[in-house]
Unconditional design. Structure first.
Lengths: 440, 717
């Protein structure tokens, strides 16, 4: 019996994936982005999705008020809203999601998402990385992984957060993979990304001159090309972004026709979705839209439907989500981008089936809903189910690890690959997850 | 016929005898470790996998035997048909196995398991590992193929040493750099070999039962003897022990040393590293032109006794100690920071500082050191911070299971936390009547203990004992941890990285050097000025950052300096000093960033430039979060641009005064880079920058100033 030389490690699985492992580390353990990308050739099928838009519904949106209504449950569970039919017979969602109902043929609803973590910080990290948080390892979030391993534009940061990233940080992948937060409010007049515009009187020509002078100081002598080859990569990237009209235009909401802007809704969330579309259109592979306020421990009607007391029509969280999400999906479809853009809308958990004394619901991670569209997924379907009262998964439980696995696979990133932390600890990109059955 | 039967009986008896000798603890469990069965990703996970749970890395052989031989109605082992045991069918992939196929049916691993099962699948007597030795423990491989035979010997229960090479688990710390090669055929002569795959210093950990020991292999970075021309010719032999140790290793690894840095570079570097500030411009020229052979010593001494030194090291300790204010309660921070500053100013030994931090109770508004306990919310994080900061030990893993890479157990972790369990952490800091942590392993209150030592009386106050443990004269944890941090402060990288993770399995790049440094630090009263002075005046510290072809890849042996980006606070203050316009930090009531010691309050400019305000004290040297937003701020934002245009600033004032381009460039280079520009340089700059139109002239000078402040020469130290 012939045995090959084998390398020992305490993780037997590593033996079979040595080839990938070797590619990850360069000389002296310093990772260079290029060597990482070289190692990261897509396996098998080429991914359809080139970009991902994550609509993060921070606080834990109630599944019972959005995508998994239980009209036959007892009154204390049912909630104040009724379900409506959608474009797909047999699928019903909240009456407050009427626009989404019309694009449901492009959407997959997962109703059996399940997690053990009911605290915001822990649950956020779990849902944003696919890993239950650990005090020892800061796992990178999806956006950071995509920024590091995916493809995309050189002119804009690869992971952009509108307006901020919340818990979606780079973890041990480091600064290079941190999100770029645009801050501000795309819905506001005069929305600008801080410091993206030139300082008064310091225009493109002067910036380029400054770059040349800078390199002269650092190099002493040398032609522009030679100096540039040795320049600081971050500086180069930012200079490209700042001197490129494309990059600046990406953030200029005024470039969108008024009709399009109106389609998304005039509030922050809708305009943020529109900005996200503009960014992926220009090659940004991952954009997060951070929507807050979903932690509705009280007064469901006011927060989720009305927005303010007596508002008609309601401008609460769900109608706003409805308009923005449906506009995004149909706008992407109209432009032929839906197939290559994965859209995910989710929060960190669901909410208690029994309505509490303040007319709200509390944290409930045991079962909740996640919706996906585009990126090669099969639309017009429901995956999994919760039980009669929306308490537990009744069919096909899906964990955040499964979601992570599926997300990476759709984006063409191998979930099995092993990353190495700066301390030299091997960490699989995904652990314990598998492709969600029926998703594609 | 009879003889044949007899022979076969003998053979069976012999087989049975040798099978009887298979030790579960000493052979089967290590096999499971070697194959990865009991790793944290597999059956060693807290919940096991596929309803089969093993102790992590074989820490609990009794439980493992139960799981294998008794649980699941004993279906995992089949004593009548051993080959049909689940324990074999799964890893040989005859049944679907989440862990894949680990070996073939006729591999030695399978044979061992079969024999053990056939002989009754017994636990046998427990085994204690007295010592574990790797031969060779350290080796220098000069010739390709850079490999050497390796043997591992173990002493079990005090018996004679036995060869356990085939049983241990080898864990290369960097699998791309070094590997262990299994012999093709196992015979008397065949040996396991360590093979380095690239040059440098590499460590392979060897794990057997409950011990882990490192084996180090080094391959010189260059072949053949060093060319004399590239060896620096300054002094014949290094005098300071730092330089001796550094040179010894450079010689062993055949890494040429870069020449010494020029005077300006040294001057700027040492000022920033000791005081966080650029050298005062008026001192620069005097220094550069002085012929005093001891001018560096004088300069360093002057830095060590400056206000700026006190500012900088107060700021540094404040970050390590995670100083922050509480909402609506600012007095404690002010008191704490003031106390810290006094101690730094007085050159109090760090041992005394730590003693006060660990044992002082009282009113936190009035008693500075009492605030240490308030910076962590409860006992476990208190214990972790004490471990990381003062001993360089990360106990965290051991919260849930024995630390896989070090020797800390759950009892150590929770016992250590128990020492701090009774602390009340409100305004009044002190021990309350009651307080405990539950040890999840026993579900009982954890018994207080110093990690690695005997249990302590549950009712006493053991904080003095923690101090004594940290300051153990034979091997002071505090001295090692602190000496390593001071080294990191001066060289950009600790002799152990990360600096809060010192352990046997994370060895220093220069073990003897660290030991000597620690000894010397302790011997001189744990005074930081003493050690910093020695480092600042060493030749190693004075080496240039210019690389040579032979040392380009060296990032840890100090053959050349490695520039690192200035932290946000230092950069902002440097920009203020050069441009002549102060920043302001209204929330903190100060004008210099170095005085911003409260991590809880925002400081917009610093945060934009990547201030590390992490709760865990910013230990690792790579935690600069200077990203796209920071670069945008420097490029288009106010921090630099506004100051260049400000009429009260240095540039505007010089222009208004009518200074020539030459004079302006000369002064800016002096102030920013601590360098005197040569005439030729000034000619070149003049040619580039001088224009007729006054407005354009102004712009060009602004561009020049901006470029200077964004150059690597300026933003690094």
């Amino acid at each position: 019996m012939q045995r090959d030389d084998r390398r020992y490690s305490c993780d037997a699985r590593m033996r079979r994936r040595d080839a990938i492992q070797i590619g990850i580390l360069s000389l002296w353990g310093l990772t260079s982005i290029d060597s990482l990308r070289a190692a990261r050739a897509t396996e098998g099928r080429r991914a359809r999705a080139k970009g991902c838009i994550l609509l993060w519904l921070d606080g834990g949106p109630s599944h019972l008020e959005t995508f998994d209504l239980k009209p036959d449950a007892p009154a204390e569970v049912r909630g104040p809203f009724a379900p409506i039919a959608t474009k797909v017979p047999g699928i019903q969602i909240s009456e407050l999601l009427a626009n989404t109902a019309q694009v449901i043929d492009k959407v997959t609803i997962i109703r059996s998402m399940t997690s053990p973590l009911g605290e915001h910080g822990l649950a956020n990290r779990y849902l944003l990385t696919g890993y239950e948080p650990s005090p020892l390892i800061q796992y990178p979030s999806y956006g950071s992984v995509v920024a590091r391993f995916g493809n995309g534009t050189d002119l804009l940061p690869r992971y952009i957060a509108v307006p901020e990233a919340g818990w979606g940080g780079a973890g041990f992948l480091g600064t290079v993979a941190e999100p770029f937060a645009v801050k501000g409010d795309p819905a506001r007049e005069g929305f600008r990304v801080p410091d993206l515009d030139f300082y008064p009187e310091v225009d493109s020509a002067r910036l380029l001159r400054r770059q040349a002078l800078m390199q002269r100081i650092d190099r002493g002598v040398g032609t522009a090309e030679e100096a540039e080859a040795q320049g600081d990569p971050l500086f180069q990237q930012v200079l490209r972004m700042v001197t490129s009209p494309v990059a600046k235009q990406a953030f200029d909401m005024d470039q969108e026709p008024v009709s399009i802007r109106a389609r998304y809704g005039s509030r922050t969330f809708g305009q943020s979705c529109l900005l996200a579309r503009r960014l992926v259109e220009r090659g940004v592979p991952f954009v997060t839209v951070h929507s807050t306020g979903w932690d509705t421990h009280s007064d469901l009607v006011l927060q989720l439907k009305e927005g303010y007391t007596g508002a008609k029509p309601g401008v609460g969280l769900i109608p706003t989500l409805d308009q923005g999400f449906s506009a995004l999906v149909s706008d992407l479809a109209d432009r032929g981008l839906l197939d290559e853009t994965l859209v995910i809308a989710m929060g960190e958990f669901g909410r208690t089936p029994k309505i509490n004394a303040q007319g709200g619901r509390d944290h409930w991670p045991r079962v909740f809903s996640v919706v996906l569209a585009g990126g090669g997924i099969r639309g017009g379907q429901v995956i999994g189910a919760s039980d009669r009262t929306g308490e537990s998964p009744a069919d096909q439980p899906v964990t955040p690890a499964d979601l992570a696995f599926s997300l990476y696979t759709l984006l063409g990133i191998d979930p099995h690959q092993e990353l190495i932390t700066p301390e030299g600890r091997p960490v699989p990109l995904n652990q314990g997850g598998q492709m969600i059955q029926g998703l594609i | 016929m009879i003889s044949i039967h007899f022979a076969s009986l003998l053979a069976v008896a012999a087989a049975a005898l040798s099978a009887d000798q298979i030790s579960f603890d000493a052979q089967i469990v290590p096999l499971l470790t070697r194959m990865g069965c009991n790793a944290g990703a597999c059956h060693g996970a807290a919940a096991g996998r596929g309803e089969f749970r093993l102790s992590l890395l074989g820490a609990d052989p009794a439980a493992d035997h139960m799981a294998i031989a008794r649980q699941f109605q004993g279906r995992r082992v089949n004593r009548t048909q051993p080959g049909e045991s689940l324990l074999l069918r799964k890893p040989t992939a005859r049944l679907e196995h989440g862990g894949g196929q680990l070996f073939e049916y006729d591999d030695p691993e399978a044979q061992l398991l079969r024999q053990w099962i056939a002989s009754g699948a017994r636990r046998g007597p427990p085994v204690r590992l007295s010592s574990l030795v790797v031969i060779p423990q350290e080796t220098l491989l000069k010739e390709p193929p850079w490999e050497i035979g390796i043997r591992v010997l173990a002493v079990l229960d005090g018996a004679s040493p036995i060869d356990v090479t085939g049983r241990v688990t080898f864990v290369p710390t960097d699998p791309a750099a070094v590997e262990v090669v299994v012999p093709q055929e196992l015979s008397e002569d065949s040996r396991y070999r360590i093979r380095a795959r690239r040059r440098g210093q590499h460590v392979v950990l060897v794990r057997y039962l409950d011990q882990v020991v490192p084996a180090e292999v080094s391959v010189p970075l260059n072949d053949g003897p060093l060319n004399d021309a590239v060896v620096e010719t300054q002094t014949p032999a290094p005098r300071h022990f730092v330089d001796q140790q550094i040179q010894r290793k450079l010689d062993m690894l055949r890494i040429p040393r870069s020449p010494a840095a020029d005077e300006s570079t040294w001057l700027r570097r040492v000022s920033l590293d000791l005081t966080g500030r650029l050298p005062e411009p008026q001192r620069v020229s005097a220094f550069l032109h002085s012929a005093d052979p001891r001018k560096r010593e004088h300069f360093v001494d002057q830095l060590l006794h400056s206000e700026a030194f006190i500012d900088y090291w107060t700021w540094t300790f404040a970050r390590w100690l995670r100083l922050r204010s509480f909402p609506h309660e600012r007095q404690p921070l002010a008191t704490y920071a003031a106390w810290l500053r006094e101690e730094i100013a007085a050159d109090t030994g760090v041992d005394e500082i730590v003693r006060q931090l660990l044992t002082t109770d009282g009113d936190s508004h009035v008693t500075g050191p009492a605030n240490f306990s308030r910076m962590v919310p409860e006992a476990r994080s208190h214990a972790e911070m004490v471990g990381e900061l003062f001993a360089g030990i990360r106990l965290g893993c051991a919260n849930c299971h024995p630390h896989p890479l070090d020797r800390w157990t759950q009892d150590d972790y929770h016992g250590f936390a128990a020492i701090f369990a009774r602390l009340a952490r409100g305004r009044q800091v002190g021990l309350a009547a009651r307080g405990e942590v539950t040890n999840p392993r026993t579900n009982e209150p954890a018994i207080p203990r110093i990690p690695g030592r005997q249990a302590l009386d549950p009712h006493g106050d053991h904080r003095q004992e923690v101090v004594a443990w940290l300051l153990d004269p034979s091997d002071s944890h505090l001295a090692r941890a602190m000496a390593n941090r001071l080294w990191q402060g001066m060289f950009g990288r600790g002799l152990v990285e990360p600096v809060d993770d010192l352990r046997l399995t994370n060895p220093p790049t220069h073990p003897e050097l660290l030991a000597e440094l620690a000894r010397d630090f302790a011997l001189h009263g744990y005074r930081i000025r003493h050690t910093l002075r020695g480092l600042a005046l060493s030749e190693t510290y004075a080496t240039s950052a210019d690389v040579l072809p032979g040392n380009r890849e060296d990032d840890r042996f100090y053959s050349h300096a490695t520039p690192r980006r200035l932290e946000a606070a230092l950069l902002v203050d440097a920009i203020s000093d050069v441009t002549g316009i102060c920043e302001s930090f209204p929330e903190h009531g100060v004008e210099r960033a170095i005085h911003v010691v409260d991590a809880a309050l925002p400081a917009v400019v610093l945060d934009a430039l990547g201030r590390c305000a992490r709760i865990d004290g910013c230990a690792d040297s790579a935690s600069r979060s200077f990203g796209v937003a920071s670069q945008l701020q420097l490029m288009n934002g106010e921090v630099i641009n506004r100051k260049l245009q400000d009429p009260a600033g240095r540039l505007s004032q010089m222009i208004a005064r009518g200074d020539s381009v030459r004079e302006i460039v000369r002064e800016w280079i002096l102030v920013a880079l601590s360098r005197e520009a040569t005439a030729e340089e000034l000619n070149d700059w003049e040619a580039i920058l001088r224009v007729a139109d006054a407005q354009q002239q102004r712009e060009r000078l602004e561009d020049f100033a901006w470029s200077l402040l964004n150059s690597r020469a300026f933003t690094a130290r």
